[in-house]
Design a protein around this ligand. Sequence first.
Ligand SMILES: Cc1cc2nc3c(=O)[nH]c(=O)nc-3n(C[C@H](O)[C@H](O)[C@H](O)COP(=O)(O)O)c2cc1C
Length: 274
Amino acid sequence: MSLFQIDADKCKKDGLCVMECPVGILEMKEDGGPPSPLPLAERICLRCGHCVAVCPTAAFSLATMPAEECPPVDREHLPDLEQYGALVRTRRSIRVYRRQPVERETVEQLIDIARYAPTAKNSQQVGWLAVLGADEVRRFASLAVDWMQHLIGKRDPRARAYGMTGVVRAWEAGNDAVLRGAPALILTHAPAKYAGALIDSTIALTTLELAAAAAGLGACWAGFFMLAAADWPPILDALDLPAGETPTGALMLGYPKLRYRRIPGRKPARITWR
Ligand SMILES: Cc1cc2nc3c(=O)[nH]c(=O)nc-3n(C[C@H](O)[C@H](O)[C@H](O)COP(=O)(O)O)c2cc1C
């Protein structure tokens, strides 16, 4: 079966799919018939589904993506610029969490949104690891603290640069400055050989962070933890990622204990116009 399924009866021959295709593998023939794929189209196709998305009559399907399985766009439910701006501006990095655990279903909902984030060439290679439960998250934080103690012990310049002595002291006093006592940790991973691994994962996690804010949860980038994960084999062992995959980003996640009343200022955008 061909990848490109065009229903000639439904097709209005408007050429929208041809215009939209990002890799230009569709053409309208002179005979006035429906569009057809160029030679090698199946090999070049990104499977992004823009042909399916743009067709007003559901005439275009991919064999792997039937039009009737792609939900119609409901404009009523789209946030306007003001609403989206409010979400972005009121999102905060959350570092003080309620004890309330984060349900698996909630994480599933958030990931189900984040998987729609753009990926280079639509390659969709971001994987997710969800660590649920404050104790389990704390186990990962303690491994990061071990790494810090190791760096402090060997006078590694990173220990001073990142203020690790303070983090370790706080840990010993019962305060987790690495993963902040979060009840969940959401980590992305991707094939180590994939050039878009970091960028795609960062976009996906950013999308998830905003979705979390919309759902009344809070997140915080786990930068300290990621530094440790990149350098400390015990963390990689504990993550136990699929073979060939590398950790690409992580967010703490939980219900915020504090409420923010104002939007803190940020530097003006540095823009050059040409
Ligand atoms: C890549 C990255 C790594 C970060 N790592 C940490 C971290 O390890 N611990 C932490 O408490 N905050 C971390 N943050 C949160 C920043 O400190 C925070 O975004 C910044 O202070 C602005 O605050 P806001 O996110 O509430 O606007 C990180 C943020 C980013 C983008």
